[in-house]
Unconditional design. Structure first.
Length: 274
């Protein structure tokens, strides 16, 4: 955990991260100046919502909390109606949001949501990926025996599961061959609307952590392709569970230090010894 904080606190990230979610409380002290653009697919009063605000803070909080990429800029894409505690969206709203994101200049797309397969959504996901955007989504909180959740299960997406402080898998996390990596996702302190704070658990916040790390990698090397970002995340992950990649943890727990180290320029000493 200490190593994560050391890495996350030192980088100056300017990569744009599109967060497709419910409304974000842009006035929260943790998020002032973070949201630099927005799109509203719901078209109703955008009341700040716990989920969208929490995901944004996990990525870019920079006050009492420290997000994974505290200098990142966020594009707030509201596709979920936060009229209730459980935000809901339609496929049309998500598609509209992704269409806007495709031409927004974003490099990373955070999708901390899950649902059934949809051909139109897959078509849009494929198109956005081909434009060079890194797509990250929640593997799902429906349990080990559940069917795959989407968009995480599409091959163009980095599917993220969640672990606790002891590197144990979240009990309600989905399992499956589509799981790419794991990230911290149990009892995570986040920002909530009206300058408040709270704790959240699930593959959603784990996804936000991986989106932040993807932004750090792209900031270090803007030429990285989505395939290269995913390869780095999986290659440098800490193996958990059965040896090698498995259907519970994927390649393992993402390691920010090792991932960024892969992009560090060779030192003079390294050059000589090689």
């Amino acid at each position: 955990m200490t190593r994560w904080r050391a890495v996350f606190g030192c980088a100056l990230v300017l990569a744009l991260v599109a967060v497709i979610d419910s409304a974000i409380d842009t006035t929260h002290p943790e998020l002032r100046g973070v949201v630099t653009g927005s799109f509203d697919a719901v078209k109703s009063a955008p009341l700040p919502h716990e989920h969208g605000t929490a995901m944004a803070s996990a990525i870019a909080a920079h006050g009492r909390l420290l997000g994974v990429a505290p200098a990142a800029h966020i594009l707030a894409v509201r596709a979920f109606d936060g009229a209730s505690s459980s935000a809901q969206a339609t496929t049309t709203r998500v598609l509209d949001g992704l269409q806007w994101v495709a031409n927004s200049g974003a490099r990373v797309v955070n999708m901390s949501f899950a649902g059934p397969a949809d051909p139109k959504l897959h078509e849009m996901i494929t198109s956005v990926r081909q434009k060079g955007l890194v797509l990250v989504a929640a593997a799902g909180n429906d349990g080990p025996q559940a069917a795959p959740d989407y968009p995480a299960a599409y091959p163009e997406v980095i599917a993220v599961t969640a672990t606790d402080i002891d590197d144990r898998l979240l009990k309600v996390a989905n399992h499956g061959a589509y799981v790419s990596v794991a990230a911290p996702g149990v009892d995570i302190m986040v920002a909530t609307p009206n300058a408040a704070y709270g704790f959240t658990t699930g593959t959603s916040v784990a996804t936000a952590h991986v989106s932040g790390l993807a932004a750090l990698l792209i900031d270090r090397n803007p030429a990285l392709t989505p395939e290269q970002v995913q390869a780095i995340l999986m290659r440098t992950a800490k193996d958990l569970g059965p040896h090698g990649r498995d259907d519970e943890f994927g390649a393992g727990l993402v390691d920010a230090y090792e991932a960024l180290l892969m992009l560090a320029p060779a030192t003079a000493e390294q050059s000589v010894t090689r």
